[in-house]
Design a protein around this ligand. Structure first.
Ligand code: FES
Ligand SMILES: [Fe+2]
Length: 440
């Protein structure tokens, strides 16, 4: 399964047919669509609620707001994690408001009901004043399914959902070598973006926009589609693999060395002059040098990575709204979640994880140099604070697309073959929501 199928060799089972459903504009702004997605999609899948590393002692908890709802995940005495709706069972008050907390009880601020770590109601005011006797020790917070993988805490509202590891297939196997659970989140940003959550998904489900929106990547990422791996898995997840340390074959002279590829060669004790006119050979040479020099430079995690993982970008999308871009230095989380009430807004998360390397205090992230440490959450205002150079480019288009999709001039999409993952995403969405045409 870990085999990379370059040069358009994707096996048929990873390239399923699509029907060509119209990708209507209204799905990006209608409340009906928003409601249907919440019920049939977000209510059914596994979501990331936090990091395992955020919970150290029993009673530590992390919360996550998603759409109109909110969830708490609490570390138990036996090391497992339980997840609950973040809503008091008395009269519905939201229980916790911060991202993280600790203690042996969660106390509701309205009438003071107290819940233990396992969600059991432990104390109420006026215990004798209940028609059926005291609810203490009997009533519980409403529990949902919770599990962990990849260093993330996952939850689902669907009590009949497949077990997490089954739902994640094929990623537990494909990504095991990265040892994600040992990595540290050095960038932790969230912003509200004025576009529907699916516009961001569509963008991360194609690489067609790279030459126009991110031309500066061309000297070291091969964005030529015939040299890119596209795989679509039966459960709706999909993967795209692009060669890194390799100039784009779209360039007029792909074998001409351009920055920053020369810097990468120098970093691994290779002389860029040796690759003049042969820049496309740099990738293999860099992989070899990384293998040779990596361990003595503290890059202990190189051992488990494949050659492709040492240089390439493995962009893994989890149905429907979560993706990991696995790179040689670290991986990005790119997630868009629906806004609580407005279909024309979404919540965008951009996180970056890296391995610890002895003696390395500062690290290069999508936002530039940052200290190597677990970052605090930064909720930023879109347009005022950068979300990272490349992410800013993507988001700037997302906002304009949200406007254009309202136009009567947009007739439902006209996609290239290489954008097939977008087509499939929307067909899966149509099937899940049971909407196969326009809402009148
Ligand atoms: S709503 Fe929580 S104690 Fe009343
Ligand atoms: Fe992009």
């Amino acid at each position: 399964m870990n085999k990379i199928h370059f040069f358009g060799e994707t096996p048929a089972e990873l390239d399923p047919p699509v029907r060509g459903d119209k990708i209507s504009g209204e799905r990006y702004y209608s409340k009906e669509w928003m409601k249907a997605e919440w019920k049939h999609v977000f209510g059914k899948v596994w979501h990331v609620g936090g990091l395992v590393s955020e919970l150290e002692e029993p009673g530590d908890w992390v919360s996550h707001n998603l759409g109109r709802d909110s969830f708490i995940m609490v570390l138990q005495e036996d090391g497992s994690i339980k997840a609950f709706y973040n809503a008091c069972i008395h009269r519905g008050n939201r229980l916790v408001w911060s991202d993280l907390g600790a203690g042996d009880r969660i106390t509701c601020s309205y009438h003071g009901w107290q819940f233990g770590n396992d969600g059991t109601l432990l104390r109420v005011q006026d215990e004798k004043d209940f028609p059926g006797g005291s609810p203490c020790g009997k009533a519980k917070l409403t529990e949902i399914k919770c599990d962990t993988w990849g260093g993330f805490i996952w939850f689902t509202m669907d009590l009949d959902a497949k077990p997490l590891l089954e739902w994640l297939v094929p990623y537990p196997e494909l990504l095991a070598s990265y040892q994600m659970e040992k990595m540290t989140r050095v960038l932790y940003m969230t912003a509200e973006i004025p576009c529907n959550w699916k516009i961001i998904r569509d963008n991360f489900n194609e690489s067609y926009h790279l030459p126009t929106l991110h031309p500066e990547l061309a000297p070291f990422i091969d964005d030529e589609y015939t040299d890119t791996v596209f795989e679509m898995y039966p459960n709706g997840h999909n993967r795209m693999v692009m060669k890194g340390c390799h100039p784009s074959q779209r360039l007029d002279l792909p074998d001409n060395m351009q920055p920053p590829l020369d810097d990468v060669l120098r970093m691994w004790d290779l002389d860029p002059k040796d690759f003049e006119g042969r820049a496309t050979e740099a990738r293999t040479a860099i992989q070899k040098a990384m293998r040779k020099l990596g361990p003595e430079r503290g890059f202990h995690y190189f051992d488990t990575l494949t050659d492709s993982q040492l240089t390439d970008y493995h962009h893994c999308t989890f149905w429907p709204n979560f993706s990991l871009t696995m790179g040689p230095e670290g991986f990005q989380v790119l997630r868009s979640e629906p806004h609580p009430t407005d279909p024309e807004k979404c919540i965008f998360d951009h996180w970056y994880f890296m391995h610890e390397v002895k003696g390395r205090d500062m690290v290069e992230t999508p936002l530039g140099q940052l200290p190597f440490e677990a970052a605090e959450r930064q909720v930023v205002k879109f347009g005022e604070t950068s979300l990272g150079f490349v992410a800013d480019q993507d988001m700037s288009i997302a906002v304009g697309q949200q406007q254009g999709l309202h136009s009567a001039g947009y007739k439902g999409g006209m996609l290239t073959n290489q954008e097939k993952r977008i087509q499939r995403f929307h067909e899966m969405l149509n099937d899940a929501c049971g909407i196969h045409g326009e809402i009148e």
